[in-house]
Design a protein around this ligand. Structure first.
Ligand code: ATP
Ligand code: MG
Length: 285
């Protein structure tokens, strides 16, 4: 038994660790974000068997702006997994940021159909994240590359969503300005965990801003005792603490928050039938 986040880290972009043995069917979850596109392939129990992730620049502010580029990157990832899989990968799901419904649902669906994947679900990102978190009451704040998605869940239903154009990009820009280096060099420093203590001191005002915008949306809801942070930007050590200090919310974060939404997309293919999951769910702390 292993934590699903640890397992995903072990298999993403590492074909030597992909294992399809004993799988009866396979489903692909496809998440095309501002920062990265990711494909997670799960079996009929929801266990991830293979995963690929590519940096991309095909999405801006939650909208696909380079459709051909999006198809090419997802195609490359799906084909590389299909090449190793003993059985066809013909079913999948994808997602869109909240409030971009009309523009994005069709585009993401077509991308999968172009790759001969039957689309079982197209769901909004917080709904996908909640496939993994299973919240009854609380909020999910997904701080990605270019956007922060917010969802409020009451009695198991998503009652409110919003999307804000703030995210990791703004932290990287702040670092680039501080160190007087280019964007890519700043990005490299930012994802280096050994540097997080130094980094958090520099980007604190931006993190506070992201937290205060999210808190503003959440203000009008009661029973919001628990906030779950997901998305790659919340990997930054110290992010969660600043968030909870700023907002007064009790705040949790799964150990591998960048995989929560894409894993949820893949799990949505199983419908409610996830009773025999063969892994330990990440415990958010
Ligand atoms: N270890 C890390 N420390 C700090 N930041 C990180 C780390 N890993 C990833 N990030 C940041 O997380 C962001 C990407 O998050 P995520 O993968 O959730 O985005 P996305 O889904 O592609 O974007 P969006 O949801 O905005 O469309 C990037 O800004 C990246 O720099
Ligand atoms: Mg995202």
């Amino acid at each position: 038994m292993t934590s699903v986040g640890t397992h995903l880290k072990k298999i993403v972009n590492k074909p030597e660790n992909w294992d399809f043995s004993g799988a009866r069917s396979l489903y692909a979850g496809v998440d095309i974000g501002t920062y990265k596109a990711i494909v997670i392939v799960v079996d009929e129990t929801g266990y991830p068997r293979a995963a690929r992730m590519n940096r991309t620049e095909v999405v801006r502010s939650g909208l696909i702006v380079d459709y051909a580029g999006a198809v090419a990157t997802v195609k490359e990832m799906i084909e590389s997994i299909r090449a190793r899989s003993p059985m066809p990968i013909e079913k999948g799901a994808t997602s869109y940021p909240p409030r971009t419904e009309d523009a994005n649902i069709h585009a993401t669906r077509y991308i999968l159909e172009t790759l001969e994947i039957e689309v079982m679900q197209v769901l909004d990102e917080p709904t996908a994240a909640n496939q993994v978190l299973s919240l009854e009451n609380g909020a999910i704040v997904d701080v990605g590359g270019g956007t922060t998605g917010i969802a409020v869940i009451q009695d198991g239903d998503i009652v409110y969503t919003n999307d804000e154009a703030t995210g990791g990009v703004h932290l990287t820009l702040t670092l680039a300005g501080h160190y007087k280096i280019d964007y890519e060099a700043a990005e490299k420093i930012k994802v280096n965990r050994k540097k997080h203590q130094e980094i958090i001191a520099i980007v604190r005002p931006v993190v506070e801003k992201i937290a205060s915008i999210a808190a503003g949306y959440l203000e009008k809801f009661d029973r919001l005792d628990k906030i779950y942070l997901v998305g790659g930007t919340t990997e930054l050590k110290g992010f969660k603490k600043i968030y909870s200090q700023m907002t007064g919310h009790e705040t949790f974060r799964p150990p591998s928050p960048q995989f929560t939404t894409p894993l949820g997309i893949a799990l949505s293919c199983l419908g409610g039938n996830q009773a025999d999951r063969t892994y330990v769910e990440d415990v958010a702390v």
